[in-house]
Design a protein around this ligand. Structure first.
Ligand SMILES: Cc1cc2nc3c(=O)[nH]c(=O)nc-3n(C[C@H](O)[C@H](O)[C@H](O)COP(=O)(O)OP(=O)(O)OC[C@H]3O[C@@H](n4cnc5c(N)ncnc54)[C@H](O)[C@@H]3O)c2cc1C
Length: 476
C-alpha cells in the first residue's frame, strides 16, 4: 500500500471537488483529488448539459408543431431520434472535454483513481492500494439516482439520467416515475420529441414549486400537454417487449399500461454509504448526512468539510461550485475556519413554461409577516404576442420593511426574470425601489412589474410617481 501525506484530500472530482481543489492550491497547500468514476462531472456528463441539449431539440419540435397558429406552415414535422441523441452526445462530449482537459492538466500526484474510504477522520484508504493521510478532508462525492423498489422489477427497462442519453434512438413510449425537476424536464422533452409518455408521482410534487396557488396553475397548464398521475402508487415489471406499469388512482381505480421504458426520476441518494463515515466521529443528521454549517461547510468542529449534491441541501450546479470553494478554502486554513456569505437561492426548471424560485420559497415564509403580489400571464402583452401566455408569478414582500424576499414563478422566460428578482432580493431592493427601475415595452418583465405593483398596493408603500408611465394594451 502506497502512503501519501497531503494538506487536503478531496473525495470526488465533480464540480464541488474541482472547486475545492482549486482553492487548496490557491492557498498554497498540497491537495490530492480522489475519483472512482469517470471524470467529467455529473453536470457535463449526465446532468445539466445533456438534459438541456435534449430540451433544446424538444422545444424546437414544439415550436415547429405550433407554427400554424402564426400562419406559418413548415410542412410535415419529422423527428429523427437518432440524430437528436447524436447531437446531444456530440455537444455533451464537447462540454465534458473541457473538464477532462482541466483534469489532464493536473500533475499525476495530484489525483488518485479509486474509491476513497475513511479509516480515521483524516485518513483515507483508496481501493486498498493507497493510504492518504491529510490534515483536512473535503467530501464532495455527489449523489446518484434513486430507483424505487416498486419499479426495480422492470430491470433493464429502467433508465436513469445516468444512461438515458446513451440510448441510440428515442423509445416509442416512456413512463416517467417522479415529477420533480428532472422528471418533468426529461419527460416533457421526450413527449415533445414524439414519445408517448405518462408521469407518475406518489405525491403532488411538481418540480420545486411549493406555493399552493402556483402548484395549482402548474398542474392545470402542464396537464393540458402531459398525462400527470399525481398522488398514486406505481409499480412496474418487465414484460417480453417492454414493461407493464400499474398504478392506483386517487379514486382507488386500478390502471395498467405498457411502455417501452421506465424513467426513474424519483430523487437522488447522497453518495455517503460505504465511505466509512462511522470512522469519523461525526454527528449525522437526516438521511445520514453529517451535520454541517452551510456558511463554512465544516462538519461540526472536525477537519472534515462537505460540499455539493452530497449535502442534499441545494443540489444545483452554482451551489456545488460555491460550496466547493468554501469547503476547499476552509480545509486549507483549518482550524481557522471562516464563514462565507451564501447567495440568495435561485432555481430554474427548464420545462415550458419554466418554473423558478428566487429567494425564499413559499414553504419557508413567515406568512404573518408577508404580503403576496401576483400576475397571471393569460393577458400579459408580450407573452400573448409569442403565444406563450400561460403561467403565474407570486412575489413575496415583507410587511414591516417593504423588502422583496422571494418569488415562485411559472411562465414564459422565467429563467431570466427569476435572475432579476434574485439579484433584487440579494441587493435588498424594496418593492417600491424595484418599481423605480426601468421596464422596456413590450417584454415579459412588464408582467413582473404588474406583480410588483400588486404587491406594492398590498404593502401600502409606493415607488416614485411616474406621470409618463407608458400603458399600452393588456398585460402591463
Ligand atoms: C439530469 C440532471 C439535470 C440537472 N440540471 C441542472 C441544471 O439545469 N442546473 C443546475 O444548476 N443543476 C442541475 N443539475 C444538478 C447539478 O448537475 C449538480 O448540482 C452538480 O453536478 C453536483 O456536483 P457535485 O460536485 O456535487 O457532484 P458530482 O459532479 O456528481 O461529483 C461527485 C463525484 O464524486 C465521485 N465519488 C463518489 N463517491 C466517491 C468515493 N467514495 N471515492 C471517490 N470518488 C467518489 C463520483 O464518481 C463523482 O464523480 C442537474 C442534475 C441532473 C442529474
Amino acid at each position: 500500500v502506497r502512503e501519501r501525506r497531503v494538506d487536503v484530500a478531496v473525495i470526488g472530482a465533480g464540480t464541488a471537488g474541482l472547486s475545492a481543489r482549486r482553492e487548496v492550491e490557491r492557498a498554497g497547500k498540497s491537495a490530492v483529488m480522489i475519483e472512482d468514476g469517470p471524470y467529467g462531472t455529473t453536470c457535463a456528463r449526465v446532468g445539466c448539459m445533456p438534459s438541456k441539449l435534449l430540451i433544446a431539440a424538444a422545444d424546437l419540435a414544439h415550436e415547429v408543431g405550433n407554427a400554424e397558429q402564426f400562419g406559418v406552415r413548415p410542412g410535415k414535422l419529422e423527428i429523427d431520434g437518432r440524430a437528436v441523441l447524436e447531437r446531444v452526445r456530440r455537444e455533451r462530449d464537447r462540454f465534458v472535454g473541457f473538464v477532462l482537459d482541466s483534469v489532464d492538466d493536473l500533475a499525476d500526484d495530484e489525483k488518485i483513481r479509486g474509491r476513497a474510504r475513511f479509516v480515521a477522520p483524516t485518513v483515507l484508504v483508496v481501493d486498498g492500494h493507497t493510504r492518504v493521510m491529510a490534515d483536512a478532508v473535503v467530501i464532495a462525492t455527489g449523489s446518484r439516482p434513486h430507483i424505487p423498489p416498486s419499479i426495480a422489477k422492470a430491470g433493464d427497462r429502467v433508465f436513469t439520467t445516468d444512461h438515458i442519453f446513451e440510448m441510440e434512438d428515442l423509445p416509442g413510449s416512456a413512463a416517467i416515475v417522479g415529477t420533480g425537476i428532472i422528471g418533468l424536464e426529461i419527460g416533457q422533452a421526450l413527449k415533445r420529441l414524439g414519445v408517448r409518455t405518462a408521469f407518475f408521482s406518489k405525491s403532488d410534487r411538481l418540480a420545486q414549486a411549493t406555493d399552493p396557488v402556483v402548484k395549482t396553475v402548474v398542474r392545470e397548464v402542464l396537464s393540458r400537454e402531459l398525462a400527470l398521475h399525481l398522488d398514486v402508487e406505481v409499480a412496474a415489471e418487465k414484460t417480453d417487449d417492454g414493461c407493464r406499469v400499474r398504478w392506483r388512482a386517487a379514486d382507488g381505480a386500478e390502471h395498467e399500461e405498457i411502455f417501452d421504458i421506465v424513467v426513474a426520476a424519483a430523487g437522488r441518494v447522497p453518495n455517503l454509504d460505504d465511505i466509512g463515515l462511522e470512522n469519523c466521529n461525526l454527528e449525522l443528521g437526516e438521511r445520514g448526512i453529517p451535520v454541517f454549517d452551510h456558511r463554512t461547510m465544516q462538519c461540526g468542529r472536525s477537519p472534515i468539510f462537505i460540499a455539493g449534491d452530497v449535502t442534499a441541501e441545494r443540489p444545483l450546479l452554482h451551489e456545488a461550485s460555491d460550496e466547493g470553494h468554501i469547503a476547499g478554502s476552509n480545509a486549507a486554513r483549518f482550524p481557522e475556519v471562516r464563514a462565507r456569505m451564501r447567495r440568495v437561492p435561485l432555481s430554474v426548471t427548464f420545462t415550458d413554461p419554466q418554473i423558478a424560485i428566487a429567494g425564499d420559497a413559499h414553504r419557508d415564509l413567515d406568512h404573518d409577516a408577508i404580503e403576496v403580489g401576483e400576475v397571471r400571464y393569460e393577458d400579459q402583452g408580450r407573452a400573448r404576442v409569442m403565444g406563450k401566455n400561460a403561467g403565474i408569478v407570486r412575489l413575496y414582500g415583507e410587511r414591516e420593511t417593504g423588502l422583496l424576499v422571494g418569488a415562485e414563478m411559472f411562465g414564459p422566460r422565467v429563467e431570466n426574470t427569476a435572475h432579476l428578482l434574485a439579484w433584487a432580493i440579494q441587493g435588498s431592493l424594496s418593492v417600491g425601489r424595484a418599481l423605480d427601475m426601468p421596464f422596456y415595452h413590450p417584454v415579459v418583465e412588464e408582467g413582473i412589474r404588474t406583480a410588483l405593483r400588486d404587491l406594492c398596493g398590498k404593502l401600502k408603500v409606493h415607488g416614485m410617481p411616474r406621470p409618463h408611465d407608458l400603458e399600452c394594451g393588456p398585460g402591463t
